[in-house]
Design a protein around this ligand. Sequence first.
Ligand code: CO
Length: 660
Amino acid sequence: MNNDVVMTAMNYANDRPAAKNPVKIMDLSLRDGHQSLFATRGRTEDMIPVAEMIDDIGFWAVETWGGATFDTMHRFLNEDPWERLRTLKRYIKKTPFSMLLRAQNLVGYRNYADDVATAFVDRAAENGMDIFRTFDALNDYRNFETVVKQIKKSGKHFQGCMCYTLTEPRLGGDVYSLEYYIGKAKELEAMGADSICIKDMAGLIAPYDAYELVKALKAAVKAPIHLHSHFTSGMASMSHLKAIEAGVDIVDTCMTPYAYRTSHPAIEPLVMTLLGTNRDTGFDIRKLAAINEVLEKQVLPKYKHLLDDSKVSIIDINVLLHQTPGGMLSNLVSQLREMDALDKIDEVYKELPRVRKDLGQIPLVTPTSQIVGVQTVNNVLNDTPGERYKMITGQVKDLCYGLYGKTAVPIDAELQKRALKGYARGEEPITCRPAEVLEPELAKAKAEIGDLAVDMDDLLIYAQFPVTGKKFLEWKYGRAEVPASVKPITLESVKKQDALIKKAKAGELVEKTEKKTDLPAKSERARSFNVFLDDEYFSVEVDPTGDVPIVATPRAAVAASPAPVAPAPRAAAPAPKAVAAAPAPAAAVAQGTPMLAPMPGMIIRYQKNPGDAVSKGDAVVVLEAMKMENTLVAPCDGVIKTIQFKSGDTVAKGATLCII
Ligand code: CO
């Protein structure tokens, strides 16, 4: 055993003597845990049953908020993000709360103006946040200035992050070397960081690199060092141990049901590993087991359908091969699947490092991981051998302009020029702190949303998420009906479903139908249909009863008579998805050129109205896909005849967006 970790005589008792230098632990189950494994879909009502038990463990802090939770809560769960903070604070009274703050990006995906950033930190602190774990995707700490000023003003803990990224398999190389990270830590210390976090979002930090880095940081700066390492590649548990031997102050773990895969190492094995050493956590492993019991029985059955169990392996060696975050990889896979282009995944892997290099070797973390990811997918799907970057996303344009900050190395000059051609803010990139070019946004947001935002908390939802935030506020104040898709599911319905699946697997359901002896005779009018439901399809036969005549084909029926047509496949099939998939009828298409959605997404806005003349290449509609805005351009010259959707509508791939 390493000399830094000394074993003392002890018995396996809960009241064991306290260690000389216990490693401190932050629990991430209630934020990064479900964000990593269950698409951030954790509901507040499912956190309450374990909240007081978690408070009783002795964690240094619990991460409860920030990251993607704010977006997911209002968008998919019909939950007020601010309310979660206040609710959990009523149950967790002793343990400080931590949140993940994307610096000037707050909890959204772009830099917001200083007035929004200041108000957001102020309201988060007022609503109960204690530790602001702050990171910038480019490690450009000019993006910290505004939020840090307010964190300090609110008297809260400022934890500064260094996003850990690599361009080589191990620590080193031209860009991300040991010296780079020591330099970053010193910058953070100079800004008044109360602690410094190595944010290894992709699980890239190798155990011996963790050891070397922590040793060097402990020698270089005074602030406590905190290691956040995702398990994705399988190295995090080992990296934890080596970091602990090197003297790391705090590490991040999850409760077992929220641990491993793309999440974090579990706490229980670490407690046992360190038991009786001078870094003993002092935790009672039986109390942890009791929490797991509640989670397994009462909570996780509602979420296990969200767990990606498409693979048997719980680690992803692609991360080791591509130095890419697991969440980003799963996003790419699901996006390709939605576009029926999963066969292009190898091309995507090849294109990704090229795009990243072109864009200045930026770290891959929200939002840069999406920026690089979506642009990569765009290139693979749209580029031709003669022309690269045919469809450049709005976010890549912003990055090229300097709106996200300074990249680690300069952006490819040719790409930058191409991206900024006709860019609204100007064709010359900026070099100042990005938020300096942003006009204040709060007053404008208030004018737009009006009375629908009752207080500053509402306004901050709208200011960061204009489309989905407005939808949420309409649900919140009863101005629009809450769709069933955002309502919680109950444990009872899950149990019923599980029982049904169990029966089906045992063949009991099939047997029942086979035993039926009084089947009516099938007439010659019976037609068979394929009914598609998500990825499955069922072959059904429809045989009309009574006198209703069935016609040969639905098309002929429309032409021949307006009388109701007997069960067409559309009517028989349950509506599978809340997606406006229906392409325009053939007749409409014939009168103009349809502009089709190249990918599934949500309409942000149309930039043209019916009657407007457009030239080929003009921006017509902004479509959000994978949280990135894509500007779609006119495929030909002409006049906009009709527009099929409105802002906020969800569209499927191939949907007709407008007719030119
Ligand atoms: Co994380």
